[in-house]
Design a binder for this molecule. Sequence first.
Ligand code: CA2
Length: 149
Amino acid sequence: MKFLILNGPNLNLLGSREPGIYGANTYEGLCRRLESFAAAHGSAAACVQSNHEGAIIDAIHAAQGVYDAIVMNPGAFTHYSYAILDALKAVDVPCIEVHISNVHKREEFRHKSVTAAACVGQICGLGLYGYEAAMGYFLAQRGNPPAQT
Ligand code: CA2
């Protein structure tokens, strides 16, 4: 499978601040980990991160016909971007929304996702493993489940 791993605003700062919430791993480390996970399952992962809503929308549009699945952490756009919701609805590429932290244990405004309605499902609170869990779901759907570790 070909995965697009799409991360939104501020996730490029992973590992540099707020390790109590987001862990100590860097964004680059996350990308290498997910590329390795994909390769170990006969797949490929491309990582894209942007702090700009329009660039995320462009990446979703460009995924059509190129990627089999999107694993997306829209960052704070999760909570208010109807434009990203519409972009997900406009393409045929299935998406799982991932949040590193358990948004339901945090501020009220983080409890609502407007983008999850266009996703197959949502994973939160599992740290960086959530991205692999989402990829594992798609692999299993394709009859190629990841080995249990
Ligand atoms: O838990 C998540 O993955 C979030 O999507 C992260 C977003 C936040 O706005 C969502 O409510 C939940 C924020 C990402 C900020 O990432 C940082 C990473 C390291 C240092 C500072 C920010």
